[in-house]
Design a protein around this ligand. Sequence first.
Ligand SMILES: [Zn+2]
Ligand SMILES: [Zn+2]
Length: 343
Amino acid sequence: MLAARLTGPKHLELIETEDPVADGQSVIIKVKTCGICGSDLHYWETGLDMCGKTGLIMGHEFCGTVVENGSRIDLRPGDRVTALPLDPCGICGPCRKGLVNLCTRGMKRSIPGNNSQGAFAQYLKLRPDMVRILPDTISENEAAMIEPAAVALHAVRQASSGIGDRVLITGGGTIGLLCAAWARIAGASYIALSEINKGRRVFARELSYVDEVFDAGDPGVVSAMKKAVKSGFDIAIDTSASDAGINTTISALKSKGRLVLAGISFHPQSIFTLLIVVREIEMKTSLGYIPEEFDLALESIASKTLHVGNLINKTIPIEDLQKAFENLASGVSCDVKIILEVT
Ligand SMILES: [Zn+2]
Ligand SMILES: [Zn+2]
């Protein structure tokens, strides 16, 4: 089969590799679509997978059609499916509590597109209990948005965002915008977004669930926010994982406001903790999602409660993948979500 392999920093190579082999248990799918995620960009920059190894075939936001149903007797060849790109051990402390996103053996398990073969390929082998059937009302492009929608849902739940809340989101990428969409569904009365990239600011302004967009690069951004929300925001979700983004949230929150760190930074960060302490800001973090949230994201997209189609800027063939990564990494691209279409 054809696949795109990460062969070094900023270098994807199209290769011919062996098709996955049926083992009577795993579900094998023919991949149809797969989104490019922020974590994929990080792997691309470093040339290394989640465990620091080379040669990863990325892609964890996918859908496809069943080729081999393995142990899933409810599936037939040709059925449209997606899957949670997870492999929880089921026996560690967090797994036993249902918190599979925090599985302590995660790094040693096989996580598609992160440390084992992902969906930037024609075929993909999946753990049977992670596979989900797609309803007819969900398109193949929308199906590639279920995974990031689950990530955003978990962040909004961690924030306990509810009716009437004034919410600030820093970072206008896919996760930031999907956090805004979920916060609106949860009943937020005002949703502000701050983003450094001008093209992305223009894009976010078009979305019905973002009330106001601020320039994260403006030195007066916090004063501008305070003019809009006088007593400060109830909730902030940082998806930028930047010092500036996090410090903006801390400055713009009200006393006792809630901050959720939903971005991943691989370096120590410089955060102004004084404001967190003197305002007793509650800080939480968010990592991935639990299966219930993945399923709710799937159902919400299928029922058109959560609209994700408008976040997709373009679809590309596998031959254009390297170019798409260069574009997304440029820092000036207006694109939020690019979807790979595999034929
Ligand atoms: Zn992702
Ligand atoms: Zn576990």
